[in-house]
Design a protein around this ligand. Structure first.
Ligand code: NAD
Length: 487
């Protein structure tokens, strides 16, 4: 690969690194995309990968994702064949024109073409045949019912299979189109096996590597992605795919095919929640004459609770003295000002459904008595206001179940006396200790995220069915007495 000098003094100086035994140039523009930690990582990998020739890539689907991927991998020194049945697109590319608008793409494509690292064809099978790795980024539009239509992927899988039938050596297939979980394993891999006559893991490897680029900053996102996720069929596939990304900052996150497929959906749902939440706050702020941008600027500065990993692990319903009260307060403020907030309005409903889901899992198990560990709204407090455990207990009692509970902050004579004096009428019967609770209950529910609850759960599980609402005992998934609420 030739070394090009850039004379623009505003740009950082060119770096020379070695990848897969080749000397390659990280051009100033690309340096700007990549983080500074790029260099040591690349050099580490060089030693591992030395003398290995770069695999040839075929990229199926020359839309937004495929074109950017093709241009950027060419920029990294790979030999790339872009394939798409759309003749107009391929003719446009072959003339050196770019069929879409994306900043920087035209320059990268022209450079790749002039250095003979990129070609384009309508012959998908031939492209696969002439490559070692195929990256698939065909469209997956919604069908009439709103579900993901995978017909282009199925067609691509069939074509890959037909090509592999004519190929002797191992081929890696990396699916990148956004799909629901299990699409690769249940639909695409069987098609490849059927048309190639080869077996997964032997004749070919499979990865799912979701694309996180955003149109309009796609090239920058490729060279500096929020994360690189590689779901793999097996270790060989995963290691091979990870090597392609060794010049990209950040360690790839290796996982199952299904987790990689799903995370893209989850990301996009989350982004939609964020946009909609901010817009609802904006509408409400405007209606009451508060500067919404100022409010959200302050909101974003809280990186401990707001913009953080907090509250993002599946667990039990929310409760306590603040969340139910204040979300309801926001809604009534909105109603008084004639503003509809469907997202915030849905929170109480989704929270209720979550308690309903716990109830359903208990009912399915058919116990007569249920013991709940953790009664206050969360561990480490005796605050019972809007406690989801108590709401669950009340619903169980209403259905005729005998309910017992144990909570170290509530289950003492003194505390019970005080509750009695305060006129607090709790559902269920309190147990002085956890042994009594385990003995008397047919099924145990753990509702506190705390060491005491974990030790009771482990003790209980040896004898009784356990419903874990907090993800305390995930390592016991295989125990037939164990059941997680939503994992
Ligand atoms: P697109 O519609 O722009 O391009 C898809 C291309 O695939 C088309 O040119 C089509 O002709 C081609 N194609 C169809 N069947 C083919 C086959 N058998 N072989 C080769 N090519 C074939 O789609 P896109 O926006 O690039 O998105 C591709 C996938 O990536 C989708 O699943 C999308 O959800 C996902 N994705 C898109 C973005 C984005 O910003 N556009 C970002 C991340 C992920």
């Amino acid at each position: 690969m030739s070394i090009t000098d850039y004379s623009d003094s505003n740009l950082p100086k060119m770096k020379c690194v070695i990848i897969d035994g080749d000397v390659m140039t990280i051009k100033p523009k690309q340096q700007a995309y990549a983080q500074t930690k790029l260099e040591p990582k690349v050099i580490d990998n060089v030693r591992l990968a030395k003398n290995n020739a770069k695999p040839r890539l075929s990229i199926l689907g020359m839309g937004y994702v495929g074109l950017v991927t093709a241009a950027c991998f060419s920029e990294l020194g790979y030999q790339v064949i872009g394939a798409d049945p759309d003749k107009t697109k391929i003719d446009t590319l072959s003339r050196g024109e770019v069929p879409i608008v994306e900043p920087g793409l035209s320059e990268l494509l022209q450079q790749a073409k002039s250095e003979n690292r990129l070609s384009a064809t309508t012959d998908v099978i031939d492209a696969v045949l002439k490559s070692d790795v195929s990256l698939i980024s065909v469209g997956t539009p919604s069908d009439d019912s709103g579900s993901c239509n995978i017909r282009y992927l199925q067609q691509a899988a069939k074509q890959i299979g037909q090509a592999l039938k004519m190929k002797n050596n191992y081929h890696l297939i990396i699916f990148r189109s956004t799909v629901p979980p299990k699409t690769c394993r249940e639909y695409l891999i069987p098609l490849i096996e059927m048309h190639s006559g080869k077996t997964r893991g032997l004749g070919f490897g499979v990865c799912f590597n979701p694309e996180f680029l955003r149109e309009s900053s796609a090239i920058e996102d490729f060279f500096n992605p929020p994360k690189t996720v590689i779901g793999c069929l097996d270790k060989r596939s995963g290691d091979y795919a990870a090597k392609l990304y060794q010049a990209i900052p950040g360690e790839p996150i290796m996982c199952s095919l299904e987790a990689a497929e799903f995370v893209k959906y989850v990301d996009n749902a989350w982004h939609a929640v964020k946009v909609s939440f901010a817009n609802e706050i904006g509408r409400l702020c405007k209606s009451v004459g508060v500067n919404s941008h100022q409010v959200m600027e302050i909101f974003k500065q809280d990186t401990k609770l707001n913009i953080s990993a907090n509250y993002l692990m599946p667990g039990f319903a929310y409760g306590g003295s603040c969340l139910p009260k204040d979300t309801s307060g926001i809604l009534s403020l909105a109603a008084r000002n004639g503003v509809d907030l469907p997202l915030i309005r849905s929170l109480a409903e989704t929270n209720d459904r979550h308690i309903g889901h716990a109830l359903e899992l208990i009912e399915r198990r058919g116990p007569r008595s249920v013991g709940i560990v953790g009664y206050s709204f969360k561990a480490g407090t005796d605050d019972l206001r809007e406690s989801p455990s108590i709401r669950l207990a009340a619903a169980l009692e209403k259905l005729g179940y005998q309910v017992y509970y144990y909570d170290p902050n509530l289950c003492t004579e003194l505390k019970q006396q005080r509750l009695h004096q305060a006129g607090a009428k709790l559902p269920g019967q309190y147990c002085k200790n956890s042994n009594v609770l385990i003995r008397q209950s047919d099924l145990i529910v753990v509702a506190h995220q705390d060491a005491y609850a974990e030790s009771i759960a482990n003790k209980a599980m040896a004898r009784k069915p356990l419903l874990d609402l907090m993800g305390l005992c995930e390592s016991s998934r295989k125990n037939q007495n164990y059941q997680g609420l939503c994992w």
